[in-house]
Design a protein around this ligand. Structure first.
Ligand SMILES: Cc1cc2nc3c(=O)[nH]c(=O)nc-3n(C[C@H](O)[C@H](O)[C@H](O)COP(=O)(O)O)c2cc1C
Length: 203
């Protein structure tokens, strides 16, 4: 891999295009265990920050989409404070991308369409899990899964109303590229009307 780093000359003018370049390289690196994994940080209604890994399922110029339970801790946080932050750390590339913005629930039909493509086991799991609520034992969850499995039979499984997607609409991107002697490149895009400003930061 070339280590020429990120320069004002090789940087894309558009952060989504820059994201695409690094994303394509990350997805092509077969040694990476979960290149679609990203850390999502939200703030609880009492101001406590919380982070966890979620998978990036689609992205385009509108934003970055992940799916979750709408009653989970993260979803309750986002309801009160939609501003959130995504972080990718692609170790094999020695690159980090931070994306800050506002998360919005996807339209129901978008979540329906994605839910319909999921394996049946995951669909039942979405019905069975009261994500982030206390669970008295593994057996309780296993029993719920068995009951739902029998209830749904062989028919199609509808999306649970408490499960769906969020789209994080970015207002800032930071691209971080590892440099020698800790002289890393950090380039920040900030939304400015219909365009973006670009600024280099000290590492
Ligand atoms: C590799 C990996 C991928 C994950 N993907 C998702 C995901 O796409 N959606 C999700 O809700 N949770 C996902 N999780 C579980 C979350 O990290 C988290 O435990 C769960 O969403 C509950 O978070 P909360 O209580 O903060 O809301 C994933 C965990 C790991 C380690």
């Amino acid at each position: 891999m070339s280590r020429e780093g990120l320069t004002e000359d090789n940087l894309a003018r558009d952060p989504f295009e820059q994201f695409r370049r690094w994303w394509d390289e990350a997805q092509a690196k077969s040694q990476m265990l979960e290149p679609t994994g990203m850390i999502l940080s939200t703030v609880d209604p009492d101001g406590q920050p919380a982070s966890r890994v979620v998978l990036l399922k689609h992205w385009d110029n509108r934003g970055f989409v992940f799916y979750s339970n709408y009653r989970s801790r993260k979803a309750r946080g986002l309801e009160a404070e939609p501003r959130a932050s995504l972080l990718f750390w692609w170790d094999k590339l020695r690159r980090q991308i931070r994306i800050d913005g506002e998360a919005k629930k996807l339209a129901a039909r978008e979540s329906d369409a994605y839910f319909a493509t999921r394996p049946r086991g995951s669909q039942i799991g979405a019905w069975a899990s009261m994500q982030s609520q206390p669970l008295d034992s593994r057996e309780t969850l296993a029993r719920r899964v068995e009951e739902l499995d029998a209830e749904f039979g062989d028919g199609p499984i509808p999306r649970p109303p408490h499960w769906g997607g969020f789209r994080l609409v970015p207002n800032e991107f930071e691209f971080w590229d590892d440099g020698a002697h800790r002289l890393h490149d950090r380039l920040v895009f900030r939304r400015d009307g219909s365009g973006w400003t670009i600024e280099r930061l000290y590492p």
